[in-house]
Design a protein around this ligand. Structure first.
Ligand code: SF4
Length: 294
């Protein structure tokens, strides 16, 4: 089995944001938080070490810090993760983090780079050209969250910057809704990589599903179709990522159109993508407890 990517869910009680489209809230599978509530800390640390080592020994090179919350919410977990990783026979060198950037200041970024070993920051964005609209859609309490400042601070530390666009009709507030505008704005922010993420609503009866059905209309789907055509016409295929999406060189950026953020497609033949839950166990699917590996 060749595992290409490991997502580590950083435990926290609840997310500091409350994104209107949050898919975690549409899939409320409960996984015990064995890090915070553990009866024996050494048991948990050993469980974590075994799963990280298992992923590495099966060829996994990329570790993504993520979760049903923001990774920056649990600094102590990040410290423990980092200590365990450093002492693996072959530590993860490529460590990524998915975040909105909320409440991450300069000192926190130094901690991520120097102590955790973070190499890529994947910034999750709901509105690209209006911070107030972005903050409103992710319903963050960080009223100072500013995309340009955050991206600049990431680039100043020589980390890779991936801009992950949660595609909705309001992704651009002040510019024409065209691939050119989006790519230019991401370029101005210093992006190395751009991911266009199609928002997914399996259950339209949830508040998140209802929001998606109102704000992801033909405008957005039309944009994604036009973008895909343009990428195929003018971009250059680079490779296929672990969850099955193709990556292209498009206008000098590494670009991915992710229409399968729940990883439904890629695992029909083999386990390629693992998730380490806060209970310290490994799974192969986001939406199935039955996908337990061990
Ligand atoms: S930051 Fe992520 S987990 Fe938190 S509310 Fe937004 S989408 Fe959900």
């Amino acid at each position: 089995m060749n595992i290409q990517s490991l997502s580590v869910c950083v435990p926290a009680k609840r997310c500091i944001n409350d994104c209107v489209f949050c898919c975690s809230k549409m899939h409320t599978a409960d996984y015990d938080d064995r890090f915070t509530d553990v009866c024996s800390y050494s048991f948990y640390a050993d469980d974590l070490r075994k799963r990280l080592a298992y992923a590495r020994e099966n060829g996994c090179n990329t570790c993504m810090l993520t979760g049903n919350n923001e990774p920056q919410q649990n600094r102590e977990f990040l410290r423990v993760f980092s200590e365990i990783n450093k002492h693996l026979p072959s530590p993860f060198l490529n460590i990524e983090m998915q975040t909105s950037g909320a409440f991450i200041d300069e000192e926190f970024l130094d901690f991520f780079k120097n102590s955790v070993g973070l190499t890529t920051v994947a910034v999750s964005v709901a509105c690209l050209d209006d911070d107030e609209a972005n903050r409103e859609m992710i319903r963050t309490k960080d009223m100072r969250l500013c995309l340009a400042s955050f991206c600049k601070a990431v680039k100043r530390r020589n980390m890779n910057l991936r801009i992950c666009l949660n595609m909705n009709d309001g992704i651009l507030a002040h510019h024409a809704f065209t691939p050119r505008s989006v790519v230019d704005l991401c370029g101005a922010l210093g992006a190395d990589q751009i991911t266009f993420r199609a928002l997914w609503a399996p259950d339209a009866d949830t508040p998140q599903g209802e929001w998606i059905s109102r704000h992801v209309t033909g405008t957005t789907t039309g944009f994604i179709e036009a973008l895909k055509q343009d990428i195929k016409a003018r971009g250059r295929y680079l490779d296929t990522l672990e969850y099955g999406a193709d990556r292209y060189d498009y206008e000098g950026f590494s670009v991915v159109v992710d229409e399968d953020s729940m990883s439904q497609e890629a695992q029909k033949t083999a386990v390629k993508y693992l998730i380490l839950r806060p209970n310290g166990h490994l799974y192969s699917k986001w939406d199935s407890k039955a996908s337990l590996i061990f």
